[in-house]
Design a protein around this ligand. Structure first.
Ligand code: ZN
Ligand code: ZN
Length: 285
């Protein structure tokens, strides 16, 4: 039995190389531990020789209808694909909950970047305009690479549940000392409140909830740190990481707004991302 469900990693690695830069469903593990362990070991090629050399594959685990899915992406060579976002925001149609026609409202909702059925990455938003009741509206459509379709009503429900969870934690926050003057001060206070509300909150979910609360920069940095360390990271670790990053940014004298600019020996100007500040910098042409 075990032999039948054991994933064939050399074949998965070959499929991922063929689809370079795109996420491929590697395997579905019946137990969450198995999936999480594989997702941590694949990027390091740890006891996973099929993924040698370390650093050529990325992996993440996500909930799947049949267990825990592991998704793999081959990223060797340039250009490096964009990192996975901590969350996605779509404009969806809200038609209310009653049976009769209530008209349409466009609502922006922030939800998980993973398909709720299989954990595959959700598609990118494509805006479309449509007329209704003599007005024009713009909503988003998207196509998930896995083939599962997200219905607006389900996405709305998912977004509302996440927003409610964040709002509840924010309510508990008021009497807590949060240092709003520090960068990430509000994000760190929210993480501490969330952690009290939900034990064993992972950094992955923390990043999603930070994004739902509008702390986009904090969310991206936590997700980036979580991915690059590929170890277990909790909400508490995430909060500590943000405190450290805020301090590093406040004291950094190496860079100019997150960029280190210098003139190379061939007199070409070079601009690098400051590794201490880790700001998102758009590559200059
Ligand atoms: Zn799916
Ligand atoms: Zn810097």
């Amino acid at each position: 039995m075990a032999a039948r469900i054991a994933p064939r990693h050399s074949e998965i690695a070959r499929r991922a190389r063929a689809a370079r830069g795109n996420w491929v469903l590697a395997a579905v593990y019946p137990a969450a531990d198995g999936g999480q362990s594989a997702a941590r070991r694949i990027p390091r090629a740890e006891r996973m020789p099929a993924y040698h050399p370390p650093g050529t594959y990325e992996a993440y685990d996500a909930r799947h209808d049949d267990g825990t899915a592991v998704w793999v992406r081959y990223t060797a060579g340039l250009p490096k694909p964009a990192p996975r976002p901590p969350a996605v925001t779509y404009r969806v149609c809200d038609r209310g909950t009653s049976r009769s026609y209530e008209g349409v409202r466009i609502v922006a909702v922030t939800v998980s970047p993973d398909c709720p059925r299989c954990g595959g990455p959700r598609g990118s938003a494509v805006p479309y305009r449509f007329p209704e009741d003599g007005e024009w509206y713009v909503a988003d459509k998207w196509k998930n690479g896995c083939g599962h379709t997200d219905m607006y009503a389900a996405v709305l429900a998912e977004g509302r549940e996440l927003a409610r969870f964040v709002a509840d934690a924010t309510l508990a926050l008021d009497d807590e000392a949060s240092d709003e003057n520090e960068e990430f001060g509000a994000a760190v206070a929210l993480l501490r409140a969330l952690e009290k509300k939900q034990r064993f909150l992972t950094a992955r979910r923390s990043a999603l909830l930070l994004a739902v609360a509008g702390h986009d920069e904090a969310a991206r940095r936590v997700e980036e740190e979580r991915t690059s360390t590929s170890g277990r990271m909790s909400a508490r670790d995430a909060a500590q990481f943000l405190v450290g990053l805020a301090a590093a940014r406040a004291s950094c004298t190496d860079c100019d707004g997150g960029r280190i600019n210098y003139q190379a020996r061939d007199s070409e100007f070079v601009s690098l991302r400051c590794g201490r500040c880790r700001r998102d910098v758009v590559p200059r042409a």
